[in-house]
Design a protein around this ligand. Structure first.
Ligand SMILES: [Zn+2]
Length: 295
């Protein structure tokens, strides 16, 4: 979970552009009339999000927007056919919010090519195009996001970076020719009960981080396989083989940990370091093919 710089875009600027092209004059007027309320929502959102209690934020529901002759579909339209719509002026804001070559702040691996509504657009009707509610994210995190009722998730614009180790993995061995791994969250005892710890646990589940990290790990397993088999072949004794494999993994672990202590690679190398299952699988492969590969 990464902190990213908060957008400076304001809803007062973005909102009018999202319905500018709408043909029905009456609807355009309805949108214009609700703008002060939408601006108020943004100000309230800012206060609640800054204090880390967005769960207490009073979002607009259907009954709140009814006096303006607007529906939930109208508010969702602002995003789907306004901000996101290719060719309209508002699309420039969409592009600006997504950013260029950005990495998803939730999983920290996927390319951020979409916008995630921190408060869902089907629920919080006054923040469907509010920039501070729109976070760049990868399509996996965005599409799989599953928010359980009243659960607050990591907000990349507001929540502070985590300075402790929380991501770990367990190597489960080969099954059906596939190397299997499982990622999990483990909060250090001194941080249990802290706000950030809760956000990590809820977001890890909500964004299916284990599923995406397992997929990324498959590529890493393939990348290191040849090098690890060579360590086993090089070792003259059992102890030496084991040390060589350990050291090769340890170097990668230290390098990854230096870059990001909670990355999927850090957890992956760490769990392989002392894994008897992983080592034994390498030994078994080498015993069937003891010759070094000449290339
Ligand atoms: Zn992601």
């Amino acid at each position: 979970m990464q902190k990213i710089s908060k957008t400076s875009l304001k809803v007062a600027e973005v909102f009018p552009k999202c319905f500018k092209h709408k043909k029905e004059k009456a609807l355009r007027e309805n949108f214009a009339n609700i703008l002060p309320l939408i601006i108020q929502q943004e100000q309230d959102y800012e206060v609640y999000a800054s204090n880390g209690n967005l769960d207490k934020f009073k979002y607009l529901t259907e009954s709140d927007i009814k006096p303006y002759n607007l529906t939930a579909d109208n508010m969702k339209y602002l995003y789907n056919s306004g901000l996101k719509h290719d060719g309209w002026e508002a699309r420039d804001y969409y592009e600006e919010l997504v950013g260029v070559d950005a990495i998803c702040p939730y999983c920290e691996v996927g390319p951020a090519t979409t916008l995630d509504h921190v408060l869902e657009k089907s629920k919080s009707l006054g923040t469907t195009v509010t920039p501070i509610n729109l976070v760049p994210s990868c399509s996996f995190c965005n599409t799989h996001k599953n928010v359980k009722k009243d659960i607050v998730l990591w907000h990349p614009y507001y929540d502070n970076p985590v300075d402790f180790r929380w991501l770990y993995a367990e190597y489960l061995g080969i099954k059906n020719k596939k190397q299997r791994i499982n990622y999990y969250v483990q909060i250090p005892s001194e941080h249990v009960g802290e706000k950030n710890a809760e956000l990590i646990e809820s977001s890890f589940d909500a964004f299916y981080i284990n599923t995406s990290y397992k997929a990324y790990a498959i590529t890493t397993f393939k990348d290191i396989q040849l090098t690890m088999l060579e360590q086993v072949r090089k070792g003259k004794t059992e102890a030496k083989k084991r040390t060589l494999v350990h050291d090769a993994l340890y170097n990668r672990y230290i390098s990854c940990k230096h870059a990001n202590q909670n990355s999927f690679s850090t957890a992956l190398y760490e769990c392989l370091l002392d894994s008897d299952i992983y080592y034994q699988e390498l030994v078994d492969i080498v015993s069937k093919d003891p010759k070094p590969i000449n290339n």
